[in-house]
Design a protein around this ligand. Structure first.
Ligand code: NI
Length: 395
């Protein structure tokens, strides 16, 4: 049947759920849980899903859970994912529903992502205007880095136990107008790697530096040398980031320490650039240390891969957004960002699309203690997920 003749979810269909969604989001916000500790969040999600008639499987890759609803005789299967974890940040919003846990807050809006998917779950179970199978993937530990929730759920058989033809996910986006959608096919978010460097010198008395090998001097020199990697070793038309995020050495003015340690965050979109960054960082650390009489050990860890959206699934997701909010509310070619997401792992197994939903122009940045998810977009996200399912799962 022509989808334009079918009754498809509109924004207004979710307006009656706005109060429930906002209360749910604020409850999750008050009770944030760090990566690997999302027991209460998962329990709340599972209870709601079962109440609404979803089949729920718990404990997938930690606190992950999947809700499944099959309607009609359709053979297609779609997966929608939301992340559930919070961050080790002390909240400074001053909101009445601010985190009740000191040092833990939902500063990335995963409380909102989880709530939007719950909103769709309730609406889909009620309206059932599709034919096929929906899997709702509630994922833990997105913020964990190596060994994150997506990797664990996949290792726990996510795609074998809950087969799907495509998977979709979203992230709210501060700085993008409220409820505006942003899509991009191809590389959409960067790979994220980490280097931990230890510079070994020879400690001694600060007054007799000639008898020492000063690792702090090596570290200072290396920080500057690392700035040449992006500017001198990478094609200017490619994107790369090398940030020294931590530098530790010494504890007293009259002591030259034995060692200095550094931690780097490295971002890229291209496998060749990724390799070149590692090669140059290793070479510079080793050579700089040797140049001053010391040694370097480099522990280089490849993290989240490049997130690559498939073309057909991105075009489809974009089309559904334009139907829902009008083409003026859709940024059809949202530029890639140098942030990273473990949704990238799902896209290594299945085609799909990860996209942005505007959290408002004046929203604080993600991972900022003053950040808050914008409740105005809860019904938009829920209506969007519902309509995406209705459009995807047709006989
Ligand atoms: Ni996030």
């Amino acid at each position: 049947m022509d989808h334009r003749l079918r009754c498809l979810c509109q924004l207004a269909d979710l307006s009656g759920a706005a109060g429930f969604l906002s209360n749910t989001r604020r409850h999750l916000h008050q009770h944030p849980e760090l990566s690997f500790e999302e027991a209460d969040t998962a329990a709340l999600v599972g209870r709601h899903l079962e109440d609404w008639g979803w089949q729920v499987e718990r404990g997938i890759g930690g606190h992950g859970l999947v809700g499944t609803l099959a309607v009609g005789a359709g053979h297609r299967r779609i997966a929608l994912r939301a992340d559930m974890d919070a961050l080790p940040i002390h909240e400074a919003t001053g909101k009445p529903y601010a985190s009740r846990k000191a040092g833990v807050m939902h500063a990335c809006g995963h409380d909102g992502h989880t709530t939007m998917l719950l909103g769709a779950a309730e609406h889909l179970a009620k309206t059932r205007r599709f034919s096929g199978t929906v899997h709702l993937v509630f994922q833990p530990a997105e913020e964990a880095g190596q060994g994150s929730g997506a990797q664990r759920m996949i290792a726990d058989g996510l795609f074998e136990r809950f087969p799907c033809d495509a998977i979709y996910g979203l992230h709210n986006s501060p700085g993008l107008p409220t409820a505006a959608f942003g899509f991009g096919s191809g590389p959409f978010m960067s790979a994220s790697d980490t280097a931990r460097i230890t510079l070994h010198g020879r400690g001694g008395h600060a007054a007799r530096p000639q008898q020492t090998v000063d690792p702090i001097l090596i570290a200072g020199s290396l920080v500057m040398a690392l700035q040449s990697v992006v500017s001198r070793n990478i094609d200017p038309l490619h994107t790369a980031v090398v940030t020294v995020g931590a530098l530790h050495a010494g504890s007293a003015p009259n002591v030259i320490p034995d060692t200095a340690t550094m931690a780097l965050s490295i971002r890229s979109f291209d496998p060749k650039v990724r390799d070149r960054l590692e090669e140059r960082i290793r070479a510079l650390a080793t050579a700089q240390a040797q140049g001053y009489g010391g040694e370097a050990t480099v522990d280089y860890e490849r993290g989240y891969p490049v997130l690559v959206n498939s073309e057909a699934e991105t075009a489809f997701a974009r089309e559904v957004a334009a139907e829902l909010v009008g083409p003026e509310g859709v940024l059809a070619n949202f530029p890639p960002v140098t942030g990273s997401e473990d949704f990238a792992y799902y896209l290594q197994h299945r085609p799909g699309c990860f996209f942005r939903l505007g959290n408002g122009l004046d929203s604080a940045m993600l991972h900022n203690p003053r950040y808050d998810f914008n409740d105005e977009i809860l019904t938009v996200g829920a209506a969007y997920w519902t309509r995406l399912v209705e459009r995807y799962l047709v006989d």
